[in-house]
Design a protein around this ligand. Structure first.
Ligand code: F6P
Length: 248
């Protein structure tokens, strides 16, 4: 595991975008695994900036997103489909047909999970998977206690996640109670994983995830078992991890 400590959120975003860009430049038809949440927004903004300068070409890039709420339409501004289009897909030259987000409106969610998992495999797997981390250690929507062996599946969101995400909705009651998410097994199959985190409120969980025991109660702890993980986080998020290096 390689850990880059940056001074600020902006530096974190630039470094993360740098790592994703390197993947796109080295393999123009790569498969990027993408994430939502507030943390990756700066990373996507940086990628867009470099694209606008002519330094990046997404015309052959394919993407698969980690997760999607159940019950939100694509036009709902809180759906992850909408998020990805507004923060990245509609701002670069990626082909819409090369982007993939689970269908949260699928009538048969189990069939949708199976379709999505098969799709990822048929694309040849994920070259680099971007991840944020929840305060309870979730990655994607894999909540504490879930088996590490799961592939794409339907998830019941925890109260803590609903609480954390209610800031994006009118009330906590409006936050969907379920989601479709890549499982830990799916995530761990990615050839490279890029975990990003920012802010003091993530310091405890980052220390638990990176230094604590590998247990389903801290889903992100499984990343210690992956042989190509890069962590990019700001000083605040890494403040409970003893280390020297700092960039940016
Ligand atoms: O980046 P944020 O907003 O702190 O969210 C952290 C995690 O929580 C989620 O938004 C889901 O609750 C994930 O998509 C994300 O990785």
């Amino acid at each position: 595991m390689k850990i880059y400590k940056t001074k600020t959120y902006k530096d974190m975003s630039r470094k993360a975008a740098n790592i994703l860009s390197a993947q796109v430049i080295l393999k123009p038809d790569c498969v990027l695994g993408l994430a939502t949440g507030s943390t990756p927004i700066g990373t996507y903004d940086q990628l867009v900036e470099w694209y606008e300068k002519g330094d990046l070409d997404f015309s052959e890039v394919k993407t698969v997103n980690l997760d999607e709420y159940r019950g939100l339409t694509r036009t709902d501004d809180q759906s992850y489909y909408y998020f990805m289009h507004s923060h990245l897909f509609d701002r670069v030259n990626i082909r819409p047909e090369n982007t993939n987000v689970p269908d949260g409106m699928a009538e048969n969610p189990d069939a949708e999970c199976a379709r999505y998992e098969a799709l990822i495999q048929s694309m040849g797997g994920v070259d680099i998977q971007l991840l944020g981390i929840g305060h309870n250690g979730h990655i994607g929507f894999n909540e504490p206690g879930e088996s590490f062996a799961k592939e794409t599946h339907c998830v019941n969101l925890t109260e803590r996640t609903i609480e954390a995400n209610k800031r994006f909705f009118a009330t906590a009651d409006d936050v969907p109670k379920q989601a479709i998410s890549m499982g830990i097994k799916t995530i761990m199959r990615a050839r490279k994983i890029l975990l990003i985190a920012s802010g003091e409120d993530k310091a405890d969980i980052m220390a638990q995830a990176l230094l604590g025991p590998v247990v389903p109660e801290v889903p992100a702890s499984i990343l210690q078992m992956h042989d190509d993980v890069v962590v990019v986080a700001d000083e605040a998020a890494l403040s409970k991890i003893p280390m020297q290096d700092s960039i940016g």
